[in-house]
Design a protein around this ligand. Structure first.
Ligand code: ATP
Ligand code: MG
Length: 380
């Protein structure tokens, strides 16, 4: 039997744990064609949730478009993808699609014929980047009209939405808002992990997306349902585990779905022979994971300066610490605050740390502190 605890990529079908409440809520919002901003820290499962939502919506004959903003370096490529995908989601007839693309002002049709003679209809932008924004609006307007004509609902999901800032943000935001507001046949989900950016976009009165939709904060997977999911698979594989020991996994993984999947994946392999999951094994899990990812951590480590390394060591030993407090600085022999601030900024920029909404600094990857601890043990 293959390891059922998948991590890293998209998790679907029987390998996708729970999220029933969240799926139902998002489904309801999209059936009502509302606008939702989905926000959570990294690796909480936004993308997996959205992909599973699309499967459910398509079963209800709702057309869906999924765009990962990360994949599009400029407005031009974003406009092309969004327009092409929404037209294709609503119209499957190739001839009609080509005719439709030919009618665009700013975008032009691109027909490709593959080796087997299959024709595929695509579009590309006929204009320069400076006109890309009007092309984007044209594409959206067209999607709205087409959905109305087809009497269909369209759901547009834009993942990594906080990346919008990279497109000379505010102009694009304003234009998008005024277009989106007019739509009555399209529901929107904007999803992102840069919580502070997402919240500023929607809660700041001066910003274009202010109150354009509701904010849905995605939390951890419901513990009870997640526990039964894990237990169900372990039982299927013939493993024995005690409920209390399982709770320890949630604690070690800080309730982050990615971490928990990772820990369970290691359990499955580590206890393959004996099928017995002992507390001692559970305590060893994070170090096993950290060692598996060692090349990645080594690369991050090498990118840090000496004072950043000292700060990382201090933070790894004391994860709830306040780096600007006298107590922290004295006990770890670091400081002053100004140099700590510079180190923290640089570590945030490198993505090694992230700042919580409450202003605390945390490791982006929860297994990195275990790796640091592990290398220190081998050095000492
Ligand atoms: N419901 C779930 N069932 C099983 N595993 C899950 C679930 N949700 C998330 N995961 C695990 O967490 C990993 C990360 O999920 P995902 O990529 O969806 O998170 P994300 O919030 O989109 O992260 P990012 O902000 O980095 O894009 C998945 O690869 C998977 O291992
Ligand atoms: Mg994601």
């Amino acid at each position: 039997m293959e390891n059922p605890f998948k991590y890293g990529g998209l998790v679907r079908g029987p390998y996708f744990a729970d999220r029933r409440t969240e799926l139902n809520e998002l489904k309801r919002e999209m059936l009502n064609l509302n606008r939702v901003f989905l926000v959570s820290p990294r690796r909480f499962g936004k993308t997996c949730l959205l992909i599973n939502l699309i499967e459910r919506l398509e079963r209800k004959a709702i057309a869906c478009v999924y765009i990962d903003l990360n994949a599009y370096p400029d407005v031009k490529s974003f406009a092309t993808a969004l327009t092409g995908q929404s037209a294709r989601a609503l119209e499957t007839n190739k001839d009609k699609l080509l005719k439709m693309f030919a009618g665009f002002q700013k975008l032009r049709p691109k027909v490709t014929v593959d080796q087997t003679g299959n024709i595929s209809a695509g579009i590309e932008l006929a204009v320069a980047e400076k006109d890309a924004l009007s092309a984007l609006l044209e594409g959206l307007q067209h999607a709205e009209n087409l959905a109305a004509k087809k009497k269909k609902k369209l759901v547009v999901i834009i993942d990594e939405f906080s990346d919008l800032e990279k497109f000379n943000g505010q102009t694009v935001e304003k234009a998008l808002r005024s277009e989106i507001q007019k739509h009555t046949h399209i529901g929107y989900i904007f999803s992102g992990s840069e919580q502070s950016v997402m919240l500023a976009m929607t809660r700041d009165r001066s910003r274009a997306f202010y109150k354009l939709g509701r904010i849905m904060e995605l939390g951890p997977i419901a513990p009870k349902a997640y526990t039964s999911f894990i237990q169900k698979w372990l039982k299927k594989g013939g493993y024995a585990v005690n409920e209390e020991d399982l709770q320890r996994i949630f604690k070690i993984g800080n309730n982050v779905p990615y971490n928990i999947q990772r820990l369970c994946n290691v359990i499955w392999d580590a206890a393959m022979e004996t099928k017995v999951i002992k507390p001692a094994l559970i305590e060893r899990l994070p170090v096993i994971v950290a060692r598996q990812d060692s090349p990645h951590y080594e690369m991050l480590w090498r990118s840090a300066s000496q004072s950043q390394k000292i700060l990382l060591i201090a933070l790894s030993q004391d994860q709830t610490a306040k780096p600007f407090s006298k107590e922290f600085q004295v006990s770890h022999g670091i400081g002053p605050s100004s140099s700590i601030k510079a180190s923290l900024d640089s570590l945030l920029k490198k993505g090694i740390l992230y700042k919580t909404l409450q202003g605390a600094y945390r490791f982006t990857d929860g297994f990195m502190p275990y790796w640091i601890d592990d290398i220190l043990k081998t050095i000492r």
